[in-house]
Design a protein around this ligand. Structure first.
Ligand SMILES: Cc1cc2nc3c(=O)[nH]c(=O)nc-3n(C[C@H](O)[C@H](O)[C@H](O)COP(=O)(O)OP(=O)(O)OC[C@H]3O[C@@H](n4cnc5c(N)ncnc54)[C@H](O)[C@@H]3O)c2cc1C
Length: 333
């Protein structure tokens, strides 16, 4: 049932106190299809937004359209071989509950992505990533309905995954509502300990140990949105040509980078922001987190516009100092 004039305060981790003109939840594909084919949806066909847990959204103000939210919460093993299992998971399942479920069963693949906020549907939109892993390495297929209620299955290849990117952020934006994601998890395999000091933080050698180490590291670095509103990394790490990096290194010898390919490198946006003196600084009721320059926070009562103004100042300073354009990872609505 459609709820009107609905508060989104509990539906975005930035803690923006905004309202949606209308809000609806659906618990099954059938419920979603009948909603999309109903008269209720007609005024909103061009003006709706599907949300998960709202952990990558920044609302600049009230939303004058319809918010759709999945509560499809099934999880089932749909195929199994000696090496792997395929798990079909409803878009409304909490991502980290799925990771915990897979780790309990000693299934490999999702453990590095422990404790990332949000739901399964968004994982396939965002191509969530952390500690050297990206969810696109696990996604087998994504099920969705178009706005006429027709089902479509996207293969991994069709999702066109890139760094925090997918087809659902481009050509298919606003055209499909994701209902299920099927992940392929391995029954055994090498642990992925390549990233940072993950290996040193491990107490043993199982997927459970990876999960524990990742959860502990994340908890020590990232602000808890329940205590301090935020949406994780506000900016993407920019990818720049190697020649530009080499030139910058002559001026800033400590500038870090990760290799992307022969011609490009990725530079940590947090480092660039810190060098511009923004770490820990505030602008009105918005601020840059004191321990993590990539995270913008709501100090209490900030509006979306205040956060956007802070972000614009940072983008300008990074551009002026380094000639690099950083862009938001967060969806600004
Ligand atoms: C403290 C913190 C730490 C974080 N750390 C990380 C990290 O390490 N790595 C990382 O990648 N991200 C991280 N994030 C960002 C966030 O967790 C991810 O982007 C997550 O996938 C968002 O999930 P969500 O359910 O909250 O989606 P939302 O923020 O609600 O939506 C995100 C996007 O997905 C779309 N969407 C959501 N559900 C559907 C659906 N069913 N069908 C179609 N479109 C849909 C929305 O329209 C929107 O465009 C972090 C966020 C926070 C707050």
């Amino acid at each position: 049932m459609l709820k009107r004039d609905y508060s989104l305060l509990g539906h975005n981790t930035f803690g923006m106190d905004v309202k949606a003109a209308a809000y609806v939840e659906y618990a099954s594909v059938e419920e979603l299809r009948s909603l999309l084919c109903s008269a209720d949806f007609v005024p909103y066909r061009e003006n709706f937004l599907v949300i998960g847990a709202g952990s990558n959204l920044l609302f600049k103000g009230d939303y004058d359209g319809l918010i759709l939210h999945s509560t499809i919460c099934e999880k089932a093993i749909v195929e199994e071989t000696d090496e792997a299992v395929w798990v079909r998971v409803g878009s409304g399942v909490c991502w980290d509950d799925f990771v915990a479920w897979s780790v309990e069963r000693d299934l490999h693949g999702a453990e590095n992505l422990s404790a990332i906020p949000g739901e399964v549907g968004a994982s396939a939109v965002q191509n969530i990533g952390a500690y050297g892993a990206e969810v696109c390495q696990l996604i087998e297929r994504v099920e969705a309905l178009d706005l006429d209620g027709q089902e479509r299955i996207f293969t991994n290849e069709e999702c066109r995954y890139g760094y925090r990117d997918s087809i659902f952020k481009h050509e298919m934006r606003g055209k499909y509502v994701i209902t299920y994601v099927t992940y392929r998890l391995k029954k055994q395999g090498e642990l992925n300990l390549s990233y940072g000091n993950l290996r040193e933080r491990m107490k043993g050698n199982s997927v459970r140990d990876v999960r524990e180490a990742v959860c502990a590291m994340r908890a020590s670095k990232l602000p808890d949105p329940a205590l301090l509103g935020n949406a994780g990394s506000f900016f993407k790490n920019p990818v720049i040509p190697r020649w530009q990096y080499d030139h910058l290194r002559d001026v800033y010898p400590s500038i870090p980078c990760y290799s992307v390919d022969d011609e490009q490198v990725k530079v940590p946006a947090g480092w660039l922001i810190e060098q511009c003196g923004w770490k820990g600084r505030t602008l009105g009721r918005a601020a840059v987190h004191e321990h993590q320059a990539l995270v913008l926070v709501n100090r209490g009562g900030a509006t979306g516009d205040e956060v956007v103004a802070l972000a614009a100042n940072i983008v300008g300073d990074v551009q002026r100092k380094f000639g690099i354009e950083i862009s938001p990872e967060v969806n600004i609505i």
